[in-house]
Design a protein. Structure first.
Length: 284
């Protein structure tokens, strides 16, 4: 059967009668033939590889602004991105309380006629999302959990990493999420994906980390990503993948689907360690 990899693309403007169109389908590159029976067994664990291709056509949005800190009203708090030192997660904990705590810091991102997701990075008003959510030009805004709509500025984008940083007024920004360390993530760890799939803001889906260092082609670049069975759909792009402590361990960016049927339990997230590195560079 054929599997299609879809970016968690933005959704069109929605209203009471909104019906989401099927996500854009891109056929993957077929996997290589298995080794001949006479080949010796590998001496190390199987390579985690998924050769899939995503088309260059991405959602409408704005690419504007340059890397640098956000300043408003004569100066804003300095950007400080802190990562947890708590180590690996042990046990699921109370996911419902954790979900309620992090939802207020997850936003919907509106760029041109499309939308995606994002989350607050720091107290300086920086918001992280995917580059493909905002790279089509046009005005950009974020919608908070309390339905306030804030104009946003694109601080910078890195299309190869699929990371973008936006800026909103610090006084209006929700509290930042804690950034975890993807190096501490283990297969089987419980996770939640939070965002606005198909325009449904504040949606939370749960699952586990299915694989580490999965090799996937995103646009023109190949990246090593986290794989999860937490449901990811169009509009989830840029939202956080969080562990049982509520720490961001990944940025949801793509999903594998079959025949336009939506999520089939194979989603991909940019590891937090890489996202933090790119975000710090864009903010500087």
């Amino acid at each position: 059967m054929t599997h299609d990899l879809h970016l968690g693309l933005g959704d069109p403007p929605r209203g009471p009668d909104f019906v989401a169109p099927p996500p854009h389908e891109i056929p993957p590159v077929p996997p290589p033939d298995p080794p001949a029976p006479s080949a010796p067994p590998p001496s190390s664990r199987p390579a985690r590889s998924l050769a899939v291709t995503i088309a260059a056509a991405l959602v409408a949005g704005a690419v504007a602004g340059a890397a640098g800190g956000y300043a408003a009203g004569g100066g804003a708090p300095a950007s400080v991105l802190r990562q947890s030192d708590a180590g690996p997660v042990n046990g699921a904990g109370d996911l419902s309380d954790m979900a309620a705590r992090i939802q207020i810091s997850v936003v919907s991102v509106e760029a041109g006629g499309a939308s995606g997701s994002g989350f607050v990075l720091d107290r300086a008003g920086h918001v992280l999302t995917n580059a493909h959510v905002v790279d089509g030009g046009g005005e950009v805004a974020v919608v908070l959990a309390d339905r306030r709509r804030l104009a946003a500025r694109v601080v910078g984008t890195d299309p190869a990493a699929d990371i973008a940083v936006l800026a909103v007024p610090p006084a209006d920004s929700p509290p930042p999420l804690t950034l975890g360390r993807s190096a501490d993530v283990r297969v089987g760890d419980p996770v939640l994906a939070v965002g606005s799939p198909l325009g449904l803001a504040g949606t939370v889906t749960g699952g586990i980390v299915s694989a580490l260092d999965r090799q996937v082609r995103l646009g023109s670049a190949t990246a090593l990503v986290l794989q999860t069975d937490a449901s990811i759909n169009p509009g989830n792009s840029g939202g956080p993948l969080v562990n049982a402590r509520g720490e961001v361990i990944g940025v949801n960016t793509a999903m594998l689907s079959r025949g336009g049927s939506g999520s089939i339990g194979i989603g991909f997230a940019i590891p937090a360690d890489r996202a933090v590195e790119v975000a710090r560079r864009l903010i500087r």
